[in-house]
Design a protein around this ligand. Sequence first.
Ligand code: ZN
Length: 468
Amino acid sequence: MPIRNKHALFVSLALLLALPARAQNATPDQRAFRDIYKELVETNTTLSSGDCTLAASRMAARLKSAGYPDGDLHIVTAPGHPKEGGLVAVLPGSDPKAKAILLLAHLDVVEAKRKDWARDPFRFIEEDGYFYGRGTADDKAQAAIWVDMLARFKKDGFKPRRTLKMALTCGEESAPFNGARDLAERQRALIDAEFALNEGGWGRMDEKGKRVYLGINAGEKTNQNFRLEVTNPGGHSMRPVKDNAIYHLSAGLMKIGAYDFEVQNTDSSRAFFAKMGPQIGGAMGAAMTEFAKNPKNAAAAKLLASDPAYNAMLRTTCVATMLDAGHATNALPQRAGANVNCRIFPGVTPNQIKDRLTALMADPQIKITILPGRGAGGPAPKLTDTVMKPILAAAAKRWPDVPVVPMLEIGATDASHLSRAGIPTYGFTGIIFEPDGSRLHGLNERVRVRAVYDGRELLTDVVKAYVQ
Ligand SMILES: [Zn+2]
């Protein structure tokens, strides 16, 4: 193309240089997906300053331009939560007797402070084979995969037998308001389905980028926050006393930090370790095989517990995540508080954990309160052939050597709300994470470009098989 003037050349060069997010070696099809993904990551959806309703509207606009009538696109906002809206989209099936399949993902992301990150968390950046940005892994890759899939199905004239539904919701991470729970309570018919696919499961690669397993989550731990608080009359800091709110709280927290809850197991966690043992090999692999055979083997459990991800599958965990204390630099603290975040093993209640923490800290000055949360999850979904066969087939087609491993989800997701509402919900993304867990909720969140594109293709095969 002829260059009309120097100014235009300069502008286009400047634009090129300002585009760190350019797609590297992507097919036109992948670029279309990537464009949706980029728009989602660059739409801030944190609770503090973001807007899920805006993200939902943008995704609705994408689907509308792909040919969805307004009647099949539902922006859902609950009263009093104008920025915590979501989107339900419907691709009607040809068989009125066949129940729908639901694709679920959350739009909201964990807070991210620009000054702490190496790159702007709300810019979508492709660099060195990774997508960087808040939500690239949790959970905007999956949300973008669903939107792109529905758009492609419509454009391609694909007519499913079963109705295919998609729900993108807000408030999964931290908000008191939860979009998935809201849908289950107020719009149950809109999202009714035989089962749902959601975030979770993921997969793991080793340090060299070799795929170790692909996970499918069936059942998950309960995420429960506890408020610990000590109050004290305080006084002037020039006249300290030993009875200090900060010291009471700190001593209690140190005991929680040093404590390990008892080892437990479920069918899915034993299946996980049985499958993974031969894959991992070495001492860790042997410990997995041994634990799967005999979960009472303390030496095997101890070795497994040295890996934070495996440890989380063995027991309830509790960890201090936030602190607030004192009111002046020259005053004895009148109040010291902490948030302790527990991931509770299935079958154990928040009240039992509260009792355990109370006994462990053994300090009546530390008051413990159970904070509002998701509540206990629903029953663990069964690994039926309807769900599993398409997943196994799609995985075997690409990666015959990579096992598909049922697992107990160590994070907590919106699956609990839907499972409780009678929609069995599985965690399956087809996306294989780094050994560092792709820094979910952490700094410089990222996911391998190849892993996202692979996951997208895998999920397309799986969903097509479900609805055909
Ligand atoms: Zn998530």
